[in-house]
Design a protein around this ligand. Structure first.
Ligand code: SF4
Length: 363
């Protein structure tokens, strides 16, 4: 650990801090569905859902997911199509594909019981250092750090640590700090308390220091620098892509859809046929889309004028999609799948393509 941080810890009142933090947590914690018991499977599902997603959004998804797949075996044995459908709208779909692969491994290798050793659990697909620490501490009460951006923000303020939390190697420093700070008697409450403090009190902007249960231990508050911490360098801006998509239907009201490849962005999800546009071709978006449908999918369609636009922001990309509606005149030999409107509801589509379909419904 860097010397400066080590020095700060030497004079830090660890026990008093643990006590104030845990007492506050036990009295004030939110009543969240994954806190009803310490089932490692439920802790795992909730932690995966909560990555990049807000608690309010996760709650209904978590409840529906656990009702549909109540156990490791139920999720391991489920069709991927059903699992993706249950995740539809949550985004970052590789999370759930990895979760299912990992759960299958738990079923086969560990007899359906989530392993409680750091070495075994970290080998599971999609289980990084944060998820490992969260499951081990929350479900098994093992004093392992679970450090994410939230936790780094809180601890950087409490100990006045001025390391850039956007850098990968910084997490190690905070893991070492947590090993020192964590309650050995109740690591489950300790880790959840730090997360809860970050969610409710020590928020990214305007932390509520006057209500904070650990204010008297907080160096940033004492120095008046809580608004300057954590240090977080800016990420690269996402790259915008101009695209066009077509909602294609036939004269019986069926739809032509496409399954994305099994690897990469939004793998295995369904979509309306679309392409990335060429801004220097001199052709209109509609012309480019028409040619693409003909050459890529053997589809001859009568395309509408522009029906609407959809924007979707990923961490590294922005899709700006122009949406057209197409009545298919000829589709012999196409590799697209033809489905009824009812069947369409059973397939998992990313949010952007749900919005594209919505434009069709409203047109
Ligand atoms: S006193 Fe303020 S800055 Fe310090 S931990 Fe509490 S809320 Fe965060």
């Amino acid at each position: 650990m860097i010397n400066d941080v080590q020095n700060k810890l030497t004079s830090f009142p660890i026990q008093a801090f643990q006590q104030d933090l845990i007492n506050w947590y036990l009295a004030e914690k939110r009543d969240l569905p994954w806190r009803k018991d310490q089932d490692p499977y439920k802790v795992w599902v909730s932690e995966i859902m909560l990555q990049q997603t807000r608690v309010d959004t996760v709650i209904p998804y978590f409840n529906a997911f656990i009702t549909k797949f109540p156990t490791i075996t139920a999720l391991a044995d489920a069709d991927e199509e059903d699992v993706l459908k249950a995740w539809e709208g949550l985004g970052y779909y590789s999370r759930v594909r990895n979760l299912q692969a990992a759960v299958r491994e738990v079923k086969e290798t560990y007899g359906g019981k989530v392993p409680n050793s750091p070495e075994e659990i970290s080998k599971l697909k999609g289980v990084g250092p944060y998820t490992k620490g969260a499951i081990l501490s929350i479900a098994y009460n093992i004093p392992e750090p679970a450090v994410d951006g939230n936790v780094m923000r809180v601890l950087s303020r409490i100990l006045s640590i001025w390391e850039d939390i956007a850098k990968t190697k910084t997490r190690k420093i905070f893991e070492e700090v947590t090993y020192e700070l964590i309650s050995k008697e109740d690591p489950s409450s300790f880790n959840q308390a730090v997360m809860e403090l970050g969610a409710l009190i020590c928020t990214p902007t305007s932390p509520k220091c006057l209500l904070c249960p650990v204010r008297e231990h907080c160096t940033a508050f004492e120095e008046g620098v809580q608004a300057d911490l954590p240090i977080k360098s800016k990420k690269k801006k996402p790259k915008p892509l101009q695209m066009a998509a077509a909602v294609l239907y036939d004269n019986k009201g069926n739809f032509y859809i496409h399954k994305r490849p099994p690897a990469g962005l939004l793998a295995n999800l369904w979509e309306h046929p679309n392409l990335e546009l060429d801004s220097v071709s001199g052709k209109t978006y509609r012309e480019q889309l028409g040619e693409f449908l003909a050459t890529e999918y053997n589809i001859d369609a009568e395309l509408s004028e522009l029906s609407g636009t959809v924007q979707h922001v990923f961490s590294h990309l922005i899709w700006n999609i122009s949406v057209f509606i197409g009545k298919v005149k000829n589709a012999s030999d196409t590799q697209l799948i033809l489905v009824t409107e009812e069947e369409l509801q059973k397939y998992a589509f990313p949010v952007s393509h749900q919005k594209i379909y919505q434009i069709y419904k409203e047109s």
